[in-house]
Design a protein around this ligand. Structure first.
Ligand code: 5GP
Ligand code: ZN
Length: 136
């Protein structure tokens, strides 16, 4: 992969505030933190996003995210944690090396959901469920 910043970080060719590493994953702090402790977990092997990451790497990324979530609760005294994964530009992805954001949450951090929960049309929800089931 040419020009992938997260591959460069994995290979220690670019600086990062590295937090934890294992055979398949690396976690480091985000340079634009949404909250104190906002971290990214990446597979060491390049994958573009959630759609192409092998399941073994996805599992390992999730386990590392859980470790970070637990550490955020204790070391940073977070009140909660959000995981965020963006796949494709339409979903906010800007770095096209699969990563999971681990965002410690604090009672007064002011972060809001990016949508307003509103009841959907039941028929449309039923139809959507049918379309998805047909593909699963
Ligand atoms: P995305 O929008 O793709 O889900 O998130 C990409 C994240 O990577 C952003 O939160 C951004 O701040 C972070 N980021 C981009 N470049 C770098 C970098 O060079 N180092 C670190 N530590 N984070 C980065
Ligand atoms: Zn990469």
């Amino acid at each position: 992969m040419g020009e992938c910043i997260f591959c460069e970080i994995v290979e220690d060719q670019a600086p990062a505030r590295r937090l934890i590493e294992d055979e398949r994953t690396l976690a480091f702090l985000d340079i634009n933190p949404a909250t104190t402790g906002h971290a990214l977990v990446v597979p060491k092997a390049h994958a573009d996003d959630l759609l192409d990451i092998p399941v073994e790497d996805l599992t390992a990324v999730t386990v590392t995210a859980q470790r970070l979530a637990r550490a955020s609760m204790t070391a940073l005294e977070a009140d909660g944690v959000n995981l965020l994964q963006a796949t494709r530009a339409a979903a906010f992805q800007t770095v096209f090396h699969m990563h999971v954001h681990v965002i410690p949450r604090y009672a007064e951090d002011g972060i809001r959901l990016p949508w307003i929960p509103t009841p959907g049309d039941p028929e449309r929800i039923d139809e959507t469920a049918d379309r998805l089931r047909a593909a699963l």
